[in-house]
Design a protein around this ligand. Structure first.
Ligand SMILES: Cc1ncc(COP(=O)(O)O)c(C=O)c1O
Length: 383
């Protein structure tokens, strides 16, 4: 049987990993500035994380959500503390799309309304409502098409206020990434997030902060939306939450009330996933990784801004995108094939850096040296 061929693959088989390094099946070492797409938060195969999962595996891997699970409560308490979202409630699931799907459903259940405001270039996942709220028609199947989602321009306060003034009483929620990832690393302005908060308050709508990629400390705050100084009603999380162990979840403000049967999942919140998520929080706290993301991010962003050939740099903390001058389009290929450095991309011309928050300064400097060398090679080819 063949694999369903949906991914354009690099012909590299990664079989081993540690920290910010990965190795292929031939023993070749690579520097991972991509973090497996923003997933590796505390480092590949981090020892405490491995031990926590191993210990849990020996105790119990799975039971259904029909029984009390103390480890879920332990995770809820740890999340309240690290996020600063006191009294928020936790619902656990398995992925980012699922987190957003549940957040959107909950906004609709809570308000009894149907309309969702999303934004141009947004990416929220591939399940039915999440993909409908994603601004990319090529991944929306006919069955996912719905009039219930409207796409407004990103960071346009006047357009937002006008839409609320016209349609506010029908709006269930607004969903927005604190930093748009797939779009190519575009930050939501603080004033824009504050305006969303105000519109949602004025019209009784739910503010959903998609923190799947930009959350979990990556921006230098636990949630990138926190930079704006206002709370959302629901935060969706996944990627960095399990450091590679599949887990997602939503944090839900205290005024949104649960009802039996409203949401549910078989695998969500299983003990193994909770053990992985707890290990991530423990390491983040012990090693001050959120502060590290801020400091290392500032260093990297400054260095990129002063790199010859780099045209634009965007992002915050260790969620960075940069664009190259014309003629340097092959940079990412050279980084990977010649210098053995993994990076991410956003079409057509953005290189994305999403490394582990625990990456060392040595590795950051190694990347910067590699980048400069690659640019010189390309420039020489061009001249
Ligand atoms: C902002 C954002 N939301 C949601 C998702 C979907 O997450 P998942 O692939 O885990 O379903 C992604 C994935 O890239 C994302 O970047």
């Amino acid at each position: 049987m063949s694999l369903f061929n949906v991914y354009p693959l690099n012909p590299i088989a990664i079989t081993k990993a540690a920290g910010s390094r990965v190795w292929d099946d031939k023993g070749q070492e690579y520097l991972d500035m991509y973090g497996g797409h923003a997933v590796i938060s505390i480092g590949h195969t981090q020892p405490h994380w491995v031990k926590r999962i191993e210990d849990q595996l020996h105790a119990i891997a799975f039971y259904s959500n029909s029984v009390v699970m103390p480890i879920q409560e332990e995770l809820a308490t740890a999340l309240n503390k690290i996020s600063g979202k006191k009294d928020f409630q936790l619902f656990l699931c398995n992925s980012g799309a699922e987190a957003n799907e549940n957040a959107l459903k909950l906004a609709s259940f809570h308000t009894g309304r149907k309309k969702i405001v999303s934004f141009k270039k947004a990416f929220h996942g591939r399940t039915s409502l999440a993909v409908a709220a994603t601004d990319n028609p090529s991944i929306v199947a006919p069955v996912n098409e719905t009039d219930n989602i409207v796409f407004l321009p990103f960071n346009d306060i006047a357009a937002l206020q006008k839409y609320f003034a016209d349609q506010g009483t029908g709006i269930a929620g607004v969903i927005i990434e604190g930093i748009q990832g797939v779009a190519g690393i575009y930050e939501a302005d603080d004033a824009f997030l504050q305006a969303i908060r105000k519109c949602c308050d004025d019209f009784g709508a739910v503010y959903i902060a998609d923190s799947v990629q930009c959350g979990y400390g990556r921006s230098g705050q636990f949630f990138a939306h926190d930079h704006a100084g206002v709370n959302a009603d629901i935060y969706s999380m996944a990627k960095g939450m399990g450091n590679g162990f599949p887990i997602g979840g939503i944090l839900i403000a205290p005024h949104i009330q649960a009802k039996f049967g409203m949401l549910g999942t078989t695998f969500g919140g299983n003990p193994l996933a909770c053990a992985a998520a707890l290990a991530v929080i423990e390491v983040m706290q012990q090693d001050h990784l959120i502060k590290a993301a801020e400091e290392k991010g500032n260093y990297l962003i400054n260095a990129l801004k002063n790199t010859e050939g780099v045209k634009a740099v965007r992002g915050r903390g260790l969620m960075i995108g940069f664009e190259m001058e014309a003629g340097l389009e092959d940079l990412r290929k050279i980084l990977l094939n010649d210098l053995k450095i993994f990076t991410g991309e956003a079409k057509p011309n953005v290189i994305r850096l999403l490394p582990s928050l625990a990456i060392s300064m040595e590795d950051i400097n190694l990347f910067l040296t590699g980048l400069n060398n690659a640019i010189q090679v390309l420039k020489q080819k061009k001249d």
